[in-house]
Design a protein around this ligand. Structure first.
Ligand code: SF4
Length: 424
């Protein structure tokens, strides 16, 4: 038996189905289970129970054994003075309060449904990546959709925390923050750190001075990325190298070490050299990107902003020994969607949140709801279990569910877990 299950049983009101008899043989009616306390002190505050027509309001403490009250040293702790009911799995010892009066105790041992205990055991002990898979069952659509809505907000909030830290590190400069966030996305997981360093070493103010000339931006990006540290044969690269050397001196730029860029086990379409050229193209075609993103009203316009029109590939072969000419230069539809989901939506949501601007928050959510569902193994898995994702808001919710709940076996805090355990 685990205490978290007893908490769940108390909180979920499963007990209300039973006629509950206390240790003093009196019947108790639970009117309100109270509010869960996340801090030190009793487990639930302000519960309401009825015994012999008398209503008691106070706190609830839950333990596996009654004797845990003594083991946890509650006897002389003032925080526990207002406990009106001690809920235990096993009443192994009479417990008394500071005035030496017996504390009312409810022993759950005989009230717990063996089916519920078996299901909990499955959730707790299974090796399946989704612990509830062997006993899976879905709540009704209304409850499931409400749960997915909550999860998508949780995921957005998590991303907002990371962006807020980035915003702080950049002195509340939204444009610079968005620029770094976008750069990190271009690096994807493998080269995320390298792209972040690149963006930190190449400030937006420097780029802004060259916003009308693509070759200047390419020179700044490839040079700061460290690719111009050797003699090059390609004419165009030689030209960019020369330009970069001049800018480097002029703006005191520091190149990063090119050995940090990872090419291994990667499709050529994800090679960092290509990604750097795409990044340069995006910066060139959209200065003040964050301000533009804030102004855009519909998803179509937003997508158009990320359709890259000026990516130079032909010269890149020398930098990574790969022929780029056969590769699609611009970002595909899925790549644009991933970028919107991971950069645009969370930063616009955060901007709205910090400025109490509900329109911006709603706009970000609406975009998410209009973007096609993501395709990945986690979404496919949920699909097999009959949870169909209609849009990216749903897929983001499902990622949150898997990563933050299933992976940590937080089934007792999950609406699906609640439904499974409560089902007959
Ligand atoms: S957290 Fe929810 S969905 Fe995930 S395994 Fe547990 S009950 Fe199932």
């Amino acid at each position: 038996m685990k205490e978290e299950l007893l908490h769940f049983i108390w909180k979920s009101k499963i007990l209300l189905k039973n006629n509950l008899i206390l240790s003093n043989t009196k019947e108790v009616e639970i009117i309100s289970v109270g509010t869960l306390n996340y801090d030190a002190g009793p487990d639930f505050f302000n519960a309401k129970i009825k015994i012999d027509n008398e209503i008691l309001v106070g706190n609830i403490e839950i333990h596996i054994k009654a004797s845990d009250w003594i083991a946890h040293k509650h006897s002389n702790d003032k925080k526990y003075d207002n406990v009106i009911l001690h809920v235990v799995f096993e009443n192994d010892k009479p417990i008394f309060d500071n005035n030496n009066l017996p504390i009312l105790t409810l022993e759950l041992k005989n009230y717990l449904d063996p089916k519920l205990l078996n299901k909990y055991k499955t959730l707790d002990q299974t090796k399946s990546t989704i612990p509830c898979e062997p006993i899976f069952s879905l709540p009704n659509d209304f409850k499931l959709n409400a749960w997915l809505d909550r999860l998508v907000f949780e995921r957005l909030e998590k991303k907002c925390i990371q962006i807020e830290a980035l915003l702080k590190a950049n002195n509340n400069n939204w444009e610079q923050t968005f620029y770094i966030l976008t750069a990190k996305y271009f690096g994807q997981k493998t080269n995320e750190q390298a792209f972040e360093w690149l963006a930190n070493n190449l400030p937006l103010q420097v780029i802004a001075k060259h916003k009308d000339k693509l070759s200047h931006i390419e020179a700044l990006v490839l040079g700061t990325a460290g690719f111009f540290d050797k003699k090059l044969d390609d004419d165009y690269l030689q030209f960019l190298q020369k330009e970069y050397m001049y800018f480097k001196k002029k703006y005191n730029l520091i190149s990063i070490d090119k050995t940090i860029w990872k090419f291994g086990k990667m499709r050529p379409s994800n090679f960092p050299t290509l990604r750097l050229m795409q990044f340069a193209s995006l910066i060139y075609q959209s200065s003040h990107l964050f301000s533009k993103v804030l102004e855009v009203e519909n998803l179509k316009e937003l997508k158009e902003m990320y359709q890259l029109k000026h990516v130079h590939l032909i010269h890149l072969s020398e930098l990574s020994n790969h022929q780029f000419s056969a590769i699609k230069a611009d970002l595909g539809k899925q790549a644009i969607y991933t970028l919107l989901i991971n950069t645009v939506v969370p930063i616009v949501f955060l901007y709205g949140k910090l400025r109490f601007d509900d329109d911006k928050c709603n706009k970000a959510i609406n975009w998410l709801e209009q973007i096609e569902p993501e395709k990945n193994s986690i979404v496919a898995f949920w699909n097999q279990l009959n949870i169909k994702a209609n849009n990216a808001a749903n897929t983001q919710a499902l990622l949150q569910l898997k990563n933050e709940y299933c992976n940590h076996k937080k089934c007792l805090n999950c609406e699906i877990g609640f439904h499974i355990l409560n089902q007959n």
